[in-house]
Structure formats: structure tokens, C-alpha cells
Design a protein around this ligand. Structure first.
Ligand SMILES: [Zn+2]
Length: 495
């Protein structure tokens, strides 16, 4: 009888705590479909009182975007908890992020991992781009690259994600991808990257230096240790190359991706890149899934271990944005520079099939500003510029109708020519602008005022300055704001 009870307990525990993911049920022979995610979430959340899922929006193709909440209290009711957000599969042909997320759910429901939620509240979005996933294609159904869409926010998938972020203001975030090292130039070179996981931190100079430093000196080494302990290889995300053909750098400083668009709001934010399969699909999917899951788990563990420090640091650095006590200068053009060091890059040889290390001399780990502007008190938007108002609304940026205050002064820009600039290998617009001091004379118009003293402080300046290489004018929907031999219509307010 005792044996029978024991057996029953094991079976019940197995049912509750070890629900197989759809990928496991298929014995790693089929990628999880959107409908299977929905059924899996229904199953696991119905058995667990402190785990629930909701739909946060719909894709272009009408598929639900799911978010899974893990919280032992009402979500964010306990303000002492650290709020963490992980989102996966913005690129539909990067399947292991989603599979890793489902495996993470299974892992987090094990009783031995529930301690994590004594200190953190967690939201997981397993799949940002379900339409792309169903056809195994990178872009969404509007043929947009979602991970270049976080500044303009034109797509329902990215809008839903930012709405979720804005609601809870997560202190820790991670965007999960795959990298593809099998390109032709590397094939010719004879070597390719082969690390199971690469991870990138925030590099935009306008982000809190303390947060960037903590990411580099504490989180990435911690991640490496956690992965290596599980026989998963790791290297810092290092795009570019092949060595000696093109320089190697770390992550982009553009703020239009998932990591940096949240990082620019002084969030502790990362990108994790699993190794893509050689067939971009099922190849080695079990190990790829486990690698992604272990990396996500490392972020949760680090958040748990460093809760007090992270909460305090992020609160202080965000209040500097809100009270506008940040640097008076904003970097709007940046570039990658060498720092005199060489990079020991782990690669796999196509000739011998063995791992090797190549010393990279053309290595540019430093990000420096090449053009800065003085931060104004805010921007005056002529109310006819509906596209800017709608953009501000999508970001939940605060603005008011403008009424003149005594002492308000104005500046605007004359655009004398429209040139171009190389930006991480792309050629983009680079206008020649001359600032004109208007004194206290504001051109007759009705204006909305976007003040910079809010959490989106840096986002606003980087987006609205006409010479910003990361700004709105570099996108097709906004480039009409630049007219040669005309004035840029958005006015800087100096107070
Ligand atoms: Zn990707």
C-alpha cells in the first residue's frame, strides 16, 4: 500500500511538474507550431496557481502573442521584487529561442526552482513573430524585420512588446535570437564561429555607464560560467569579419533593436544568440534548445543573486533620466574603434573540423561619439506633423500643448545639403545642418511640447535630432522631414 501511494505521488508530480514540451513530445523531430504553444500554455498554467498566461496582442496574420507571468504575489504588487522580461523569436527562422522558452517554463515549474520567485517577478514572451515562425522566415507578415523596428514601432508585434514593457517598466530584459555563422565569406576564409551561445550587452554611449559596466564585467562572465558548467560553449557576440577582411566589433549601438531600445531607458538589457542550425531549422535542435534555456536561466539566477544592487542602480539611473540630471550632451553619431588589444576569437576550421583560436588584430571594441548635441529642454512639434505625434503615442511619450513661458528660447536647423555616412556597413542619410538661434521668437504655428525630462529622455533626443544617424529621418516614413535648403520643422526649446 505504501508503495502504491509513493508511486501515485511520483506519477502526480510527474504530471504536474514535468509536462513535456511539444518538441520533446515529437522526440525532437518537429518544431513547435503556434497552436501547440497555445495548448502547452493552457496545460501548464491550469496546473499552477502562480503561473498564468495572457495574450498581449496579435500578429499581422492575426495570431495571438502570448506572455507567461510567473509571480508568487499579484504581479508587481510586491515592489521589492525585481521585474524581469525575456522575449524570444522576433526572427521567425530562429526557432531555438522559442523552444528554449518552452523548456524554460518546464524548468521553472520544478519545485526546486520556485525560490527564484521569492525575489523576482518574471514575464516570458516565447514567440514575438508567430507568422514568421510558421513559415520559418525572418521577417513578419508585412515583410518587416521586427528587430529593426523598435524605434519607429510600425508593427503590431513590436507595439505589443513595448506596451508590455511600458506597463511594468521591467528592470532586466533579454531578447533571444540565433546567429548564422555559415555565410560564404567565412566559408572562403576557412573558419566559422561555433559557440553554442553568444551574448551581447548594451553599447550605446547614452545608456548609463554603470549599467553598461555591470553588464560587461559581471553578467557576461557569470553567463559564461553557468553555460560552461553545463558543457555549453560561450563567446561574447562579435559580428563582423572575417578577420583581416572586415573589422570585428561587439553589438550595434543602434537603438532600434529589442535590447538597446529598452537599454536606452536604463534597463539592464541583453541579447542572447544561439547557434543557428546548418539547415536553419532542426539540426542539433535538442542541444540548441537546452543551450538557450540555460542562458535564460542564467539571467534569472543573476537577477535573483543581485536583486538589491540591480534594483537600486536601475532606480537611480532611471530617475536621472526623469529628472534630467543626465549628461548635457547626447551622442547622435557613434562609431567602433580599436583600443590596442587583440581579440582571441574561437572558431571552427572548415578544413580540419576542429576548434581553433584566431588572433584578430582589426578588432574595434570601443564605441565613441563622433557627433554630439546639447540636450534641449524639449522639442516643439508643429501639430500638423501627425506622424510624429502618432510615433510619440506608440512609445507612450508624454507631451502637452505648448504655451509660451517667459524665458523660453528656441533653435531650429537649416538643412544646407543632404549627404550620406557609413553606419556599421550601411550607407545612410547625413544632412549638413546649421543651428539657427531664434532667441525668444517662435515661428507662428500651433505646437505640441515633448519635454525630455521623462524616462524616454534619450530616446526622444536620438529620434528627433535631424543629424542623428539613429534618428527617425533615417526611416522611409520620416525622411520627408529633411528638405534641402529648408528648415527642419521640429524646434528645440531651451529653458
Ligand atoms: Zn535574430
Amino acid at each position: 500500500m505504501r508503495h502504491l501511494t509513493y508511486l501515485l505521488v511520483i506519477i502526480l508530480a510527474g504530471l504536474i511538474f514535468a509536462q513535456k514540451t511539444p518538441l520533446q513530445k515529437s522526440d525532437y523531430s518537429a518544431i513547435t507550431s503556434h497552436a501547440q504553444i497555445s495548448r502547452f500554455l493552457e496545460e501548464v498554467t491550469s496546473a499552477h496557481p502562480w503561473v498564468k498566461y495572457e495574450t498581449i496582442g496579435k500578429s499581422v496574420g492575426g495570431r495571438e502573442l502570448f506572455a507567461v507571468w510567473f509571480s508568487k504575489s499579484d504581479f508587481v504588487a510586491d515592489h521589492s521584487k525585481l521585474k524581469v522580461l525575456i522575449f524570444c523569436q522576433q526572427h521567425g527562422n530562429e526557432q531555438s529561442g522559442k523552444e528554449g522558452a518552452l523548456l524554460l517554463i518546464q524548468e521553472l515549474l520544478k519545485p526546486e526552482n520556485s525560490y527564484l520567485f521569492d525575489k523576482i517577478d518574471f514575464v516570458l514572451v516565447p514567440q514575438v513573430n508567430p507568422d514568421g515562425s510558421e513559415t520559418n522566415s525572418r521577417r513578419n507578415k508585412n515583410d518587416m524585420d521586427l528587430n529593426r523596428n523598435h524605434l519607429i514601432l510600425s508593427e503590431p508585434e513590436t507595439i505589443a512588446l513595448h506596451k508590455l514593457f511600458n506597463k511594468y517598466l521591467f528592470e532586466v530584459t533579454m531578447d533571444v535570437h540565433e546567429y548564422f555563422p555559415y555565410g560564404d565569406t567565412y566559408k572562403e576564409f576557412g573558419y566559422r564561429a561555433n559557440s553554442d551561445i553568444e551574448a551581447g550587452r548594451t553599447t550605446n554611449l547614452n545608456i548609463s555607464g554603470k549599467i553598461r559596466e555591470l553588464s560587461k564585467t559581471r553578467y557576461l562572465p557569470f553567463l559564461k560560467k553557468q553555460l560552461n558548467a553545463n558543457n555549453i560553449s560561450y563567446f561574447e557576440y562579435s559580428p563582423g569579419g572575417p578577420p583581416e577582411k572586415e573589422y570585428i566589433r561587439h553589438s550595434t549601438f543602434d537603438i532600434n533593436d529589442g535590447r538597446q531600445s529598452l537599454g536606452i531607458q536604463n534597463t539592464f538589457s541583453f541579447i542572447q544568440e544561439g547557434l543557428n542550425g546548418t539547415d536553419r531549422f532542426l539540426d542539433n535542435i535538442k542541444h540548441r534548445t537546452e543551450s538557450q534555456m540555460t542562458g535564460m536561466m542564467a539571467l534569472l539566477q543573476f537577477s535573483y543573486d543581485n536583486k538589491y544592487e540591480l534594483k537600486q542602480l536601475i532606480a537611480a539611473e532611471r530617475s536621472a533620466l526623469i529628472n534630467n540630471t543626465v549628461s548635457p550632451k547626447v551622442a547622435i553619431q557613434l562609431d567602433h574603434f580599436p583600443d590596442g588589444t587583440k581579440l582571441e576569437l574561437p572558431l571552427l576550421s572548415y578544413y580540419t573540423g576542429r576548434d581553433t583560436v584566431i588572433t584578430v588584430t582589426n578588432y574595434r571594441p570601443l564605441v565613441k561619439a563622433i557627433h554630439e548635441v546639447t540636450r534641449p529642454a524639449g522639442y516643439l512639434i508643429p501639430s500638423r506633423l501627425i506622424e510624429i505625434i502618432e510615433w510619440a503615442d506608440r512609445h507612450q511619450i508624454k507631451y502637452t500643448p505648448y504655451t509660451k513661458q517667459s524665458g523660453d528660447k528656441y533653435e531650429h536647423y537649416f538643412i544646407s545639403s543632404i549627404d550620406s555616412i557609413d553606419f556599421e556597413g550601411d550607407i545612410i542619410v547625413n544632412p549638413d545642418v546649421k543651428a539657427h538661434d531664434l532667441g525668444t521668437n517662435l515661428p507662428q504655428d500651433t505646437y505640441l511640447f515633448i519635454p525630455v525630462n521623462q524616462l524616454k529622455n534619450n530616446t526622444i533626443v536620438i529620434a528627433l535630432e535631424p543629424k542623428s544617424e539613429l534618428g527617425l529621418v533615417t526611416y522611409p516614413g520620416f525622411k520627408h522631414l529633411l528638405q534641402k535648403d529648408g528648415f527642419y520643422p521640429i524646434i528645440r526649446l531651451i529653458r
